[in-house]
Each structure stands twice: as structure tokens, then as C-alpha cells.
Design a protein around this ligand. Structure first.
Ligand code: SAM
Length: 399
């Protein structure tokens, strides 16, 4: 088979979703033509799709080095760097791609999202508006613009972009749910009883490579340590004796704080990329990709301690989650969690797209579920746009 025919076959496999078959053919082609920039770039894409970003970047960089003026390789490099959380380098590569091919809507959207990730939402608006103008039927672009406008404080423009997404005839149901969620956070329409699972998963998948750096350094996030202190205050010995479940474990910051209490520690999260980071911590005996609301009822009476650090703020109605935790605990088991606090309604969706809970209403719900408060503390959960986010931490015991 000629190298050209091999490349065609590889691309056909790739487009059909057969990543193994495509990779094998790209590799065969590269064995005879090691400097085939197309094959290097496409094999890089396969590794990106498999989640192996270091190898993807190595291959795509070789393609760029061979053909530095080819916009398609620069665009792939930029998108992959963004996925790997290397946002400044992503912006540089995407700008270089767009200098050669200015009307590529995917690169424009990737550039806008990378700028937002860097906290430069004002600069993101122009590329995102162009992405929408060039691909008006793409719901993702409208939503990316809506998020950028919200972050830039342009509430009316954010709502207009979310409404424009909802008007698209073929908008995927998941994107429609996300657009309605965003509109509710902007004050249009009732808040749903939880954040859409796809929104939470995508948000944290994107955030995973830079989550710990951002939270611990920039946002002064101390909730896991505060929960561990409160557990000790409530009389729990850090004696490594318990079956512990870390709900919404993320990258494992909370797992590190819970480990001293655990004989066996398990984690649950919606985001596969957060879980991949958590696996590197080495403190979890098992990690589960699941929605906590589905996971808890499937594990009755299994845990001695369940913790949820900075997780319940993605849920409005807390009864199903708290009842699920009570079910998954052994009799006499302990529960520890944090919430963002807000007065007024039982819960409210804040402009940061997280829920705040009214503490008197929460205490009443805990009492109704026979969850006895052992310790409670007000705390600053983290900083957001330079402002402290107020919250509370609880330790409870199931009857
Ligand atoms: C702000 S992070 C906190 C991570 C970790 N607990 C910590 O303290 O660093 C919130 C995590 O909760 C997860 N999460 C939110 N809602 C969830 C749900 N319904 N089921 C499972 N995981 C959820 C997110 O995917 C994310 O990883």
C-alpha cells in the first residue's frame, strides 16, 4: 500500500472513531516517512482524544517544527495546549494560527476560552463574537460567548448570547440545559434544583490540569483543611480506622486531608480528568466516575465517614444528597461538608454559577433527616474576583 493510501485509510478509521486502528496506521506510515507532518499531527490528535496530552503535544510540536507556517498544526497545538491547562502558550499558538487563517471558528473559540481561563474575559469577547458570526449554528460558540460576557460583567450581553443559543433549531439538549442554567444564574427563569451534570463535568474537565495551582495559590482555598480540623474538634481521631468516602473528590485535595482518618479511602466525581489527577495522589483505594446522587443509594451502610468539600454548592435542593449520604453511612457514621451561605430562599443560584444555601433552612433539613450537628463553623471558603466567599462547614452524625 502506498503511504498516501495508508494515510487515507488511517483518516477514515479516525473519522469512524476507531482510534486504535487509526493510530496503528499513522504509526506504520511514520515508520516509512518519519517526517510526515500530517501523520504526526493526526497521531497527536489520537493521543489527545485518548487523554494522553504529553504525547499528543510531543507529536503535534514535531508537525509544527516541520511546517511552522501551516495553520492547521498551530491550531491543533493551541487547542491541545489549552486542554493541557497551558493557557498562555495556547493563546500564543492560537494567535499564530489565526494570523494565517483568521476565519477559523474553532481556533477563535479556543482562543476566547483560553483568555477567559486566564481571567482576561474582556479580551475574549472579540474572538468569541467572531466565532459566533462565522459559525452561527454552533451552540458551543454562543455558550462560550455567554460565559465570557458573564465573566466580563456584561450581564445583558451574556443573557442575549444564551437566548441566541436556545433559538438554534438543532441545539443539543445538554447545551440547552446549560443555556437555561446560565440564564437562571443571570436572574432569568427559575433556578433548577441542581447544576447540569454535563456542565459540571465539562467545567472540571477543563479545569483539572490547573485546579490545584489556582485553588491553593490564587484562590486561597482551605476547605479540606477546615473540614479535617472540624472533624478533630467533633472528637474523631485521625487513627486511620475508617471506611471513608470523598464525594466530589476532584483532584484529591480533600482526599489528602481525609487520609489520616481512613483505613480505606474512596473517591467519587463526575469529571474523568479530575479523577485522573486524583489517581496520581496515591491516597485513594478506589475512584468512581459517577454522579454522587446516583452513587450514594447504590452503597447502603458502607461508609463510616462521608465528606463533601466544596461540592454541595453544585446542588440546589440538598435533600436527595443528604438523604443519600445518610443511607450510605453505617449507623453512627459521620458526615462532613461545606456549603456557601446565603440568606433568604432555601437555596439561590449565584452569579458565579454555584448555589448558596440558607443556613437556618439547612439546619431544619438536617434535623428532619435525623442528622445531628456535632460541630459547625463559619468560614471563608475561597476568594472570588478578589472577594471572600462566605460559607459554613458542618460535622454531623447519623442516628
Ligand atoms: C470545587 S471541586 C472540589 C474538589 C475537592 N473536593 C476539593 O476539595 O479539592 C468540586 C468537585 O465536585 C465534583 N462534583 C460536583 N457535583 C458533583 C456530583 N453531582 N457528583 C459527583 N461529583 C460532583 C466536580 O466534578 C468537582 O471535581
Amino acid at each position: 500500500m502506498t503511504p498516501e493510501a495508508l494515510l487515507r485509510e488511517a483518516v477514515a478509521r479516525h473519522q469512524a472513531g476507531d482510534l486504535e486502528g487509526a493510530a496503528a496506521r499513522y504509526e506504520r506510515l511514520l515508520a516509512v516517512r518519519p517526517d510526515d507532518a500530517n501523520a504526526l499531527n493526526l497521531l497527536g490528535l489520537v493521543f489527545r482524544q485518548r487523554g494522553d496530552l504529553p504525547r499528543a503535544l510531543g507529536l503535534i510540536r514535531r508537525a509544527v517544527a516541520l511546517q511552522p507556517a501551516a495553520p492547521v498544526f498551530l491550531a491543533t497545538l493551541g487547542g491541545t495546549l489549552a486542554e493541557a491547562g497551558q493557557l498562555a502558550a495556547a493563546v500564543e499558538a492560537l494567535r499564530a494560527a489565526l494570523a494565517i487563517r483568521p476565519n477559523d471558528p474553532t481556533s477563535l473559540r479556543n482562543l476566547g476560552q483560553a483568555l477567559c481561563g486566564l481571567g482576561r474575559s474582556g479580551e475574549a469577547l472579540a474572538p468569541l463574537r467572531r466565532a459566533v458570526a462565522l459559525a452561527p449554528a454552533a451552540g458551543e460558540a454562543h455558550l462560550a460567548l455567554a460565559h465570557a460576557c458573564r465573566e466580563a460583567g456584561k450581564t445583558a450581553a451574556a443573557a442575549a448570547a444564551a437566548r441566541a443559543a436556545l433559538l438554534l433549531p438543532n441545539l443539543a439538549p445538554q447545551l440547552a440545559e446549560q443555556a437555561r442554567f446560565l440564564l437562571a444564574a443571570l436572574g432569568e427563569g427559575a433556578a433548577p434544583d441542581r447544576a447540569p451534570a454535563t456542565y459540571v463535568r465539562d467545567l472540571f474537565d477543563q479545569y483539572a490540569p490547573r485546579f490545584e495551582r489556582d485553588l491553593e495559590d490564587k484562590l486561597a482555598y482551605r476547605t479540606p483543611a477546615a473540614l479535617a480540623d472540624l472533624l478533630a474538634e467533633a472528637g474523631l481521631a485521625a487513627d486511620g480506622s475508617r471506611q471513608v468516602l470523598d464525594l466530589g473528590c476532584g483532584t484529591g485535595l480533600s482526599g489528602r486531608a481525609l487520609a489520616p482518618f481512613a483505613h480505606r479511602l474512596e473517591g467519587v466525581d463526575l469529571s474523568p480528568r479530575m479523577l485522573a489527577e486524583a489517581a496520581r495522589q496515591g491516597c485513594y483505594a478506589a475512584l468512581h466516575e459517577a454522579d454522587l446522587l446516583a452513587f450514594l443509594p447504590r452503597h447502603p451502610g458502607q461508609f463510616d465517614l462521608i465528606a463533601a468539600a466544596d461540592v454541595l454548592n453544585y446542588l440546589g435542593e440538598l435533600r436527595p444528597a443528604l438523604a443519600g449520604m445518610a443511607t450510605a453511612l453505617r449507623p453512627g457514621g459521620y458526615l462532613a461538608f461545606s456549603v456557601e451561605s446565603g440568606a433568604g430562599d432555601t437555596y439561590a443560584l449565584g452569579p458565579g454559577l454555584r448555589y448558596r444555601h440558607d443556613l437556618p433552612a439547612l439546619r431544619a433539613l438536617l434535623a428532619a433527616l435525623d442528622l445531628r450537628i456535632l460541630a459547625e463553623r463559619s468560614l471563608v471558603l475561597r476568594q472570588e474576583l478578589g472577594q471572600p466567599v462566605a460559607g459554613a462547614a458542618f460535622v454531623l452524625r447519623v442516628a
